[in-house]
Design a protein around this ligand. Structure first.
Ligand SMILES: [Fe+2]
Ligand SMILES: [Fe+2]
Length: 207
């Protein structure tokens, strides 16, 4: 069995991914892999794991809503994420389905790489540094051109990884509310987990 962190495994998966998604998406994916690798070097995470998770994070992104919902049912992801999410937020399913499918197809992929892929769409309350890096890289890779991107990119290497993740997560949460979009049921839990630490630090500062 190929070592999942070897160059040969990586290059074989590059070919797989190129065949699964459109060219524009492939450009995004390559940007995420490169950005994740560089964030990993800056923040002390294994660059090979970051590059692989970046390459594979949108493994199922080329599927339409009907297809991804069916795939979530076929892979048992519906039991993991809940039927409400399957029905109301099909756009978040490609993280969990990719992790489940890749884990079956390539059992040698490390568990933390699969977990980073799984939670890249919704985040979670128990993210590792690797998961935070993939989440951030997905938003800040070079082909993303939204207004706040450069301001967020300027924080890389300047603020700790937790703060960088928080700023990117806050950007997305506010953007979703701004666009009247449904929120994942875990969003309030994730927000409160981060905000609890922030408000405690503020209280201590002004005590
Ligand atoms: Fe994605
Ligand atoms: Fe992505």
């Amino acid at each position: 069995m190929d070592d999942a962190l070897s160059e040969a495994f990586y290059q074989a998966r590059v070919e797989d991914v190129a065949a699964r998604v459109k060219p524009k998406r492939f450009e995004h994916i390559q940007g995420v892999a490169q950005t994740a690798e560089s964030l990993a070097r800056i923040y002390g995470v294994d660059p090979a794991r970051a590059r692989l998770a970046g390459l594979l994070h949108d493994w199922d992104k080329g599927m339409r809503d009907g297809e991804i919902i069916q795939r979530a049912h076929d892979l048992g992801v519906d039991a993991q994420v809940g039927e409400w999410v399957v029905e109301n937020m099909p756009e978040v399913l490609h993280g969990p389905t990719a992790a489940a499918a890749l884990g079956r197809a390539f059992p040698q992929i490390p568990a933390d790489v699969l977990e980073a892929i799984r939670c890249h769409t919704t985040a979670s309350t128990t993210m590792t540094d690797l998961s935070k890096i993939i989440y951030v890289a997905d938003t800040l890779e070079p082909s993303r051109t939204f207004g706040e991107a450069d301001g967020l990119r300027a924080l890389i290497g300047v603020v700790p990884l937790d703060e960088l993740f928080y700023r990117v997560y806050k950007f997305w949460t506010m953007a979703l509310i701004e666009h009247d979009t449904v929120l994942h049921p875990d969003t309030i839990k994730i927000w409160n987990t981060i905000a609890k630490g922030k408000s405690r630090a503020k209280k201590e500062k002004y005590a």
